[in-house]
Design a protein around this ligand. Sequence first.
Ligand code: TRH
Length: 380
Amino acid sequence: MPQPKTRWDIFCTVVDNYGDIGVTWRLARQLVAEHALAVRLWVDDLRAFERICPALDIRLEAQWQEGVEVRHWSGEWLETDAADVVIAAFACQLPSACMDVMAARETPPLWMNLDYLSAEDWVVGCHGLPSVKYKTVQKYFFFPGFQPGTGGLLRESGLLERRRLFQQNREAQRQFLQGLGVEPAGDARLISLFAYENAGLASWLDVLAADSTPTHLLVPEGRILGDVARWLGVESLAIGEVNVRQALTVQVLPFVRQDQYDQLLWCCDFNAVRGEDSFVRAQWAGRPMLWHIYQQDEDIHLDKLDAFLALYTKGLSPDAAEAMNGLWHAWSSGQPIGDHWLAARKHWPELQEHAEAWCLEQALQADLATALVQFYRNWI
Ligand code: TRH
């Protein structure tokens, strides 16, 4: 007789943007595909979800997507059963009726808070610690991270091998880009740009336009488009639109599925990313990158930025590390980055090698989904 599958519930409230749903959707799929678990993903905002999973029907209260039972989490809690493992993503609050159902189980579930990603040192000390208790149900902290002793990063099985094969296959890249309507000139440097509004953008585009090497800049529709349009001197930008200014070609892309976004990152020589999930995906792309960190009150995001840079730049020469520090800090503070970009360009081969080495080093850690499953196994 086959054993019944262990059941996991993942709860996600979409605070803003796509990172909350991006991380939980990726995790849910991986738990189903690689760990043979029964996963329900509870999401309060199906419209945000639909952007990264166009197959979703936002009218349905319950549906199956890629083996995951997707539930619209709204209003009153009517469910009468609780899973074996309950993950509250990013400290989202579970309804008290739901917690009562959890507490009423004969064996209480493992209850975890999946936290935001941070490279700060304290994460290692807090990962896996007990948090609050509700009746018989104990909650635990689960921290993703870059260092041993954390929960690691989301990384699907075989991801780096798929990436390597794709990056070796120029024809596969050409076809993928063509599918998005992108036909870059043969000698053009390809850059993707996914970022929040940023006053520093104009200085970068000025430098790219004046460069002797052509650049094809791919901008998925989103919050930075207003700044791009301002620089181009146009009122608005439509998906697919191409504008050329000297050596710079700017093209607006549609929002694509997560796996297609991966391929876009793999095609590009340089990726500007933001938030949490695209930031991790750019690291798995093994190419030099730029991070627009999510802004937080009292500038606490700057501590996170420094903590990551301290780890990331460790293996770099002092000059290259300084260039990276300058570029990333300026970008996340909305300062002009043109000169920082030129400084970083001087270290290009080193930055390229380093991006690949960092990716491989990070892949030595267990991936986050496996670490969660292991945590559960150790707990029972
Ligand atoms: O969208 P983000 O800025 O999300 C978040 C949220 O704001 C969250 O509240 C905050 O806490 C967190 O940042 C730090 O950036 P992120 O995390 O990169 O999420 C974007 C998701 O969208 C990611 O899963 C990749 C996906 N994506 C696509 O699937 N297709 C696309 O075309 C693009 C550009 C992105």
